[in-house]
Structures are given as structure tokens and as C-alpha cells.
Design a protein around this ligand. Sequence first.
Ligand code: ZN
Length: 144
Amino acid sequence: MSCGGSGDDSKTKAKTTDPNVVEITIKGNDQMRFDLDKIEVPAGKKVKLTLVHNGNMPKTVMGHNWVLLAADADFQSFATAAVSAVATEYIPDSMLDKVIVHTKLVGGGEQTTIEFDAPAAGTYDFLCSFPGHSALMKGKFIVK
Ligand code: ZN
């Protein structure tokens, strides 16, 4: 009588184990590219994001991180400030209030995982803040 077969419960492509956790893997390579330029997550979920550096170059010359900027952050201002923030792995102390979350910096063959609560519904910028990388290594993080 019920069970009419209106199955529409698998819209997200993200792999999940815990239904409240969305797992995302994003890869960076030696060609200064992420494999994703758009990440979508449902509002109200926990996000478990793994950054994989699948290249071979060391982090001193081809480091990658994943930085999620606050909605009111200015992408270019952040990227510019990040260039000189060597001591803090390119996360400028002066702009921490513009960062929702970030991974550590990784080199070839390394990976790192962070967990955070998805921010409020909206569209956010993400980038790798290693000097020169944000021109190519960037994308949109969409919460809906
Ligand atoms: Zn990078």
C-alpha cells in the first residue's frame, strides 16, 4: 500500500558512511591543479574533507593546501596576503577571520584530512594558498 517506488534519496554523489557526514576527496597534482572546481554539500552536515597530493614534488616547491574562505572574504586580497605568510604555511594571521577552515600544507605523496561543520547555505571560495597557485587552484564550495 505504501512503498510506491518514488525513490529519490540518492541525489548526492558524495560518498557517505555516517548519514550526517559527507566525505569529500580533492586531489592536487604537480601541474598545480585540483581535480575539483566545485564541491557541493548539503547544509547542516559535517564535512570530512581529504586533500591528496598525488604528485611527487616536495611541499617547498609544490605545496598544496585547501582553504575555505568566509563568504565576505576577498579572494584576491587573501591570496596576496598569503604569499608572504611563509611561517604559517601561507595562512596569513591577519586574515584568519576570513578563513572558515583550512588543511595543513602537504607535498607530493602526502594527504591530510579535516572535519568541519558545513557553513550556512551559500557559495564560498576555496583555494590553495601556496604562492602562485590560487590562479589555477581554486573553486566554489556550495552549501545548499
Ligand atoms: Zn597548491
